[in-house]
Design a protein around this ligand. Structure first.
Ligand SMILES: Nc1ncnc2c1ncn2[C@@H]1O[C@H](COP(=O)(O)OP(=O)(O)OP(=O)(O)O)[C@@H](O)[C@H]1O
Ligand SMILES: [Mg+2]
Length: 510
């Protein structure tokens, strides 16, 4: 049952405010969209669903004037329009929060929000004070506790995303597009985003919502549209479908979202972390990890999980405590040190820290494994390709060719390249930070299966995740962190959704 019915539930009788008809989009060698249509109605949330590479972000870019369609029509309130530039689309009232946020590290928060449409004084100069006040009001409105004068560079990924949302809202829009808006947000911020979506709906705005999370789609959307391989598959009211029907439309076959059954065969202790402390991020972290084990780290965003892992990988420096691999105490001063000792970290913010998007897929994947593929200094192309193929196939990568630049891949497929790259180094310990974020249902199962298989071959895995089903389905045991500390370790019967949430939030404790 939808609790989200509002006074605007009758607005489905209205014609769409924005419609795409028979849109095609070709990139060199790739037909990203083939005759698709899409209808967005006032006061309604339309979920656009499809696998990684289905064409969702391409549609967003066409609607916001970043790309031009190769053919087809865009109708705004029934009139044919062309969005020749991003500015055109914005002045027509179409605004978007993109999958890869386009913000400027060297500007402050208010400047990022108002760049291109800052309030001006009588003399035509940018009215800095008004801009900051308006930015503050917008941020307050979406529940983001961020100073308008903070430099963007100094914000974490979730806060950057809130700035992107504020920017989208600073334009008085008729159509608001959100391309995987919750992928970078914490539980608290996600709830605030949902409240915001309700508010936008009640103001009669049309919302296009892209997500790979079905619980979210079913609680927030009024309608759905499905794309597969750049083609239009269907549309309708969300009340008229269930999850497995929607998945089947997306993937073209039923997908059972069951986790691989594992008989963990635990080897010797490979990693030992003892009394890790950091002045601001975490305190007194001690744990061990065995070969073949999958150890989950659960907590709310901000609990310090990623920071612990970054210390293990030499990105952050703990002020005290030790880490040992195979009984040998390590000095990890840089990622190169960590890699040399067989520890790799696949970061959550894969966009920034992950791939070199101007290089082809095969070079990205083989880059840290060059010892394996080069002989007497010559890089053996065939081996680079073979290595890349082996890992990308297992992760269900969808690309036209392995020498395609990563920039040309869809968001989810870029993430698979980053995961493949680190797995290909054949580490002893791999830390996966939110491994399936932004990855579609079908590919998710592929990633999980590959993880399980590598563990069964002796790889020790640490998985940081905010997804409870993934935590329960994949981990042999789970360490829960809260406010920089380990609060409990759960396994077996004590590992349930309730215990995870209760410990992570500190509910029901003295
Ligand atoms: N600039 C480009 N040059 C070449 N091909 C591109 C370009 N941008 C996108 N594509 C291709 O278009 C197709 C659709 O990509 P798109 O980013 O729209 O997928 P998506 O549905 O948003 O996927 P995801 O869920 O992974 O974000 C993919 O095959 C992608 O490789
Ligand atoms: Mg996308």
């Amino acid at each position: 049952m939808s609790q989200l019915k509002t006074a605007h539930s009758s607005s489905e009788d209205f014609p769409p405010v924005l419609a795409l008809q028979n849109i095609c989009k070709n990139f060199t060698g790739v037909r990203a969209l083939n005759n698709v249509s899409l209808n967005l109605y006032p006061g309604q949330v339309t979920a656009l669903v499809g696998e990684n590479g289905a064409g969702k972000s391409t549609v967003v870019k066409i609607l916001t004037g970043i790309h031009q369609p190769s053919s087809g029509e865009i109708l705004l309130a029934g009139e044919q329009v062309q969005f020749a530039t991003a500015h055109h689309a914005a002045s027509a009232g179409v605004t978007a929060i993109h999958q890869e946020t386009v913000l400027f590290d060297d500007l402050n928060v208010a400047e990022n929000i108002y760049i291109g449409h800052a309030p001006r004084s009588r003399f035509g100069l940018i009215d800095t004070q008004a801009m900051r006040q308006q930015a503050k009001a917008l941020l307050d409105d979406i529940g983001a506790d961020i100073s308008p004068t903070a430099m963007l560079r100094d914000l974490g990924i979730a806060n950057k995303h809130m700035v992107a949302i504020a920017r989208a809202l600073s334009i008085d829009a008729r159509v608001v597009i959100m391309d995987e808006p919750t992928a970078a947000l914490s539980h608290k911020e996600i709830n605030e985003l949902y409240v915001l979506v309700e508010k936008l709906k009640s103001q009669g705005k049309a919302i296009l919502f892209i997500s790979h999370k079905f619980d979210e789609i079913f609680s927030i959307a009024d309608r759905f549209t499905v794309f597969r391989d750049g083609g239009f598959i269907g549309e309708g009211k969300i009340k008229g479908v269930n999850e497995s029907e929607l998945v089947k439309m997306m993937v073209g076959r039923p997908v059972d979202q069951i986790f691989p059954t594992r008989q963990p065969d635990l080897g010797n202790e490979i990693l030992q972390v003892s009394k890790y402390c950091h002045p601001t991020e975490f305190d007194d972290i001690s744990f061990t990890l065995r070969r073949g084990e999958i150890l989950g780290f659960y907590g709310l965003v901000g609990a310090g999980r990623s920071e612990v892992m970054q210390s293990l990988f030499g990105i952050k420096r703990p002020c005290s405590g030790t880490a040992s691999v195979d009984g040998k105490r390590l000095e990890i001063r840089s990622p190169a040190d960590a890699i040399a000792h067989g520890i790799v970290y696949v970061p959550e913010d894969r966009g920034k820290q992950g791939a070199i998007t101007t290089l082809p897929i095969f070079q990205n994947v083989s880059l840290p494994s060059l010892q394996q593929t080069s002989r007497r200094g010559f890089i053996r192309l065939a081996q680079e390709f073979a290595l890349t193929r082996k890992y990308t196939e297992r992760l269900d990568l969808r690309a036209a060719a392995l020498d395609q630049n990563v920039a040309e891949l869809s968001g989810g497929n870029q993430q698979k390249v980053v995961i493949a790259k680190w797995l290909a180094t054949q580490p002893k310990v791999i830390v996966l930070d939110e491994p399936t974020k932004g990855i579609d249902v079908g590919s998710k199962a592929a990633v999980h299966e590959f993880m399980a298989e590598l563990a069964s071959q002796g790889l020790a895995v640490i998985m940081v995740s905010s997804e409870i089903p993934e935590m329960l389905g994949m981990s042999d045991r789970v360490i829960v962190m809260r406010e920089g500390r380990m609060v409990t370790e759960l396994r077996g019967d004590s590992l349930t959704p309730e215990t995870l949430v209760r410990h992570a939030a500190g509910i029901g404790e003295e």
